[in-house]
Design a protein around this ligand. Structure first.
Ligand code: B4P
Length: 201
């Protein structure tokens, strides 16, 4: 039996598009580790680590954590043994500078992303979803003002990545509206079609 090929994936989309929700299903299906920069920051804030203390005010205000710091954390994570089978990056890269940093790390090991899933959901829907999550989870960055700011940051800093990954031929745009199951079905169908030549090899 030949070893399963590596599957290196990224999921992007505006805050509230359902990245975390779908990421949990994608990692289960592909059996790869889930690397969410948002989760790494929140865990550090909760544990009161120096990193958590450094980023908590930025996250609370809906601002991005500086590229240099975020890049360092992901670079370190991508050197762990468990990513040898591949990985799913969730919420990273979020800026053009972060894309270049990720490229450098992957190229140094002759690796590259196989597919980028873009979850498309309009602003009114994502704001409504996050306000609903605020009622349930009480996340500090889910107030209406901060949610709107995060959407603006996405439009300015992360939206340009859509064209960049599109030009590389690895972008898969998926409609993020509908039930969680419907969205997962769309993602799996699109990923299977994209990765088929690789898994068949
Ligand atoms: P993230 O944790 O990535 O937060 P997010 O963009 O809000 O996405 P999240 O995964 O939580 O929400 P989802 O869309 O799944 O980042 C948080 C902060 O960390 C950033 O603002 C930034 O400050 C910092 N940060 C993270 N990465 C960084 C980086 N690379 N560089 C710099 N700073 C960084 O889900 C939203 C809601 O929708 C959920 O309640 C869910 O239940 C619901 N939902 C999902 N699918 C649905 C569906 N189909 N229908 C209805 N509701 C649905």
């Amino acid at each position: 039996m030949t070893a399963a090929p590596q599957t290196r994936l990224l999921i992007i989309g505006p805050p509230g598009a359902g990245k975390g929700t779908q990421a949990s299903r994608i990692v289960e299906r592909f059996g790869v580790p889930w690397i969410s920069t948002g989760d790494i920051f929140r865990a550090n804030i909760k544990a009161g680590t120096p990193l958590g203390q450094r980023v908590s005010q930025l996250i609370e205000a809906g601002k991005l954590v500086p590229d240099e710091l975020t890049n360092e954390i992901v670079e370190d994570r991508l050197r762990h043994e468990d990513v040898s089978s591949g990985f799913l990056l969730d919420g990273y890269p979020r800026t053009v500078d972060q894309v270049h940093a990720l490229d450098r790390v992957l190229e140094s090991d002759a690796r590259a992303l196989d597919a980028v899933v873009l979850l498309e959901v309009d602003t009114d829907e994502v704001v409504a979803r996050l306000l609903k999550r605020a009622e349930i989870e009480g996340r500090v960055d889910d107030t209406e003002e901060v949610i709107r700011h995060r959407q603006q940051v996405y439009a300015e800093q992360t939206q340009p990545l859509v064209e960049l990954f599109g030009d590389r031929g690895i972008l898969i745009a998926v409609d993020g509206l509908g039930s969680v199951d419907d969205v997962s079905d769309r993602i799996f169908a699109a990923l299977d079609a994209k990765l088929e030549p690789k898994t068949a090899a």
